[in-house]
Write a protein that binds this ligand. Sequence first.
Ligand code: TMP
Ligand code: ZN
Length: 401
Amino acid sequence: MTRCRICSGPVREFLDLGRQPRSDAFLPPGELDGEFFFRLAVGVCGDCAMVQLTEPVPAEAMFHREYPYRTSQSARMTEHFARTAHRLVDGVRDRPGAFVVEVGCNDGGILPALVRAGVRHLGVDPSGRAAEEAAGRGARVMTAFFDKASAAEIRSAEGPADLIFSANTVSHVPDLASVFAGADHLLTTGGRLVFEDPYLGDVLARTAFDQVIDEHVYFFTATSVREAARRFGFELVDVEPLDVHGGQLRFTVGRPGRHPVSGAVAGALRREERDVPELDAFAARVGRVRDELTALLRALRDDGRSVVGYGATAKSATVTNYCGIGPELLPFVCDSTPAKQGLVTPGTHIPVRPPDAFADPYPDFALLFAWNHAEEIMAKEHAFGAAGGRWIRYVPDVRVV
Ligand code: TMP
Ligand code: ZN
């Protein structure tokens, strides 16, 4: 029996995605030996309701200098973060010298917008190269994991923070308590921690099983975050659904009793009581998606049709490894991230090529791994559809569009 990483309660496993590599560990084609694998499985705590990986990979193995993901690769996400920055700044503007910290800023996040708005800020990210790119965009950054020690360092150098923002990072940290301890150390008494991460409700509603990757240690709900925040000395005061990255929730926490609790929290708690218990039905649907997707790819191959992957996402590691999709079914995946190009995908060793390779010549079908960027990608690649190409989707179910 696994114990909960938040409350030590009993964790019941409900989905096993088998032997998986590190989802962002792209490899040089000549260096495939000694790849690291672990068992990717998800469970739910019977006491605090936190949904979590049962065998998480240490954070240091995931988030290091060469972490290849770059937030700025999506124009829509860049826009989302600029909008977010403006709203957050409106909330702290009344305090002269207000100080905003972004945890997991990657190559920019909200920081470029803070730079433009002249807001005192600091980005914190353990991925040195990404952080250097954020600095190249004019931001002040520090290469570190955010925890009590780095928070103390920031506080003594800069003073307390009015706001800590974090996107797609808090759910990535196995030691969740360390994030709250850092926030407790760094925030002013009335300060807030705002974080946005994949929402379990959306994962279930869309059968988005590829959201399960090594880096997504927790799948948050209002219910589980309220309880975790309470244990770690904070109060959940607001939630806001976001239509990015396949469905997220933005959580706002503050010190207990310091902020009014918005009605959205009670609304989310009520909905979750109704929707979230269907974890086993979700697991059954995941198996069906795998069977249908592999059957479709095999049928297309046997028919002599060409298929390539679009977007060498971290999520695609889960899909290709769980479904057994390798270069014999998918000769390459194209991706706009320079740090991924020329390498092969983790575990399944499918070559990653630049987006130009997609049109050279267009394949008959493209398997859309970056489905959370579907609108942006389909608009960019409209000539593919015009040339008769078809997209294969597998979220929320397998279909050709
Ligand atoms: P994500 O789903 O984790 O954000 O990863 C998206 C991946 O897809 C990332 O490697 C960048 C890539 N990508 C493209 O290749 N072309 C695009 O137009 C977009 C938006 C992303
Ligand atoms: Zn628990």
